[in-house]
Design a protein around this ligand. Structure first.
Ligand code: 6GU
Length: 235
């Protein structure tokens, strides 16, 4: 999979050379290229933003550098581009969307800062490429960079060959066709730590009872923390 990230803060993406994503890059599963948007400015101050038409607080990212950046990326490879624009006004990022993005050949992440990117760039992307505007959740970040780190990690771990034991993906509660309950709590040795004991059932060796206990725990956690996930289910 080819990944391009365009940002005025390319240093944000240094952590992608670490851990599992870093190994996927080293192993040739992912071709990651990070680009400084300012490379496509031409004025002395490398200006990427300007005041909004119609007034109001904040700044808007100018269309011209984005247009040149997208044209240059399109030229650099013949793979079809899916442009991902992180914005709090986007489609909620879920495991389902992560699986969808993992099917694409090439993702181009366009990181906005300030109050966002001139809408004409977004409209141009919708007309020219596949465009997906994505939100990480109902809160406001200063820019798309942190969202892109999260999206890239969630997508890359789904690519064939990235996770050592692919069965661990199948067992995740958010895997396709799975119940979508929250995960049950996990324990490891020692059996007692600071006077807190591991639940007896987990030491019992009865796989059926363990499975039943874990299902109960997952359901109770989901009731407490995410009742929305249980809407439309019985009892
Ligand atoms: Cl994807 N971007 C920004 N800038 N803020 C956000 C977000 C994304 N998701 C939640 N808040």
């Amino acid at each position: 999979m080819r990944l391009d990230i365009v940002s005025i803060f390319p240093d944000y993406f240094a952590p992608l050379s670490l851990s599992l994503v870093g190994k996927a890059i080293q192993g040739g599963i992912v071709d990651l290229q990070v680009h400084d948007l300012r490379a496509w400015t031409h004025d002395r101050h490398h200006t990427t933003d300007d005041t909004p038409y119609g007034g109001g607080a904040g700044m808007v990212m100018k269309p011209e550098p984005w247009g040149e950046a997208l044209d240059a990326l399109e030229e650099a490879s013949s793979l079809p581009m899916t442009v991902v624009v992180p914005t709090p006004a986007g489609r909620p990022f879920t495991q389902e969307l992560a699986y969808e993005l993992a099917e694409r050949q090439r993702l181009v992440f366009a990181c906005g800062r300030y109050e966002g990117i001139d809408q004409r760039v977004i409209d141009h992307c919708a007309d020219t490429y596949e465009l997906i505007e994505v939100s990480l959740g109902d809160y406001v970040l200063n820019g798309g960079e942190v969202a892109v780190l999260a999206i890239v990690e969630a997508v890359v771990r789904l690519l064939p060959g990235v996770i050592g034991n692919p069965q661990s993906l199948v067992e995740e509660s958010h895997a396709p066709g799975h119940s979508r309950l929250l995960e049950y709590p996990n324990y490891t040795k020692p059996p007692v730590w600071r006077e807190r004991a591991v639940p007896d059932v987990l030491l019992s060796g009865h796989h059926g009872r363990v499975a039943e206990w874990r299902a109960e725990q997952a359901l109770e956690r989901t009731r407490q923390r995410r009742p929305d996930l249980l809407e439309g289910e019985i009892s």
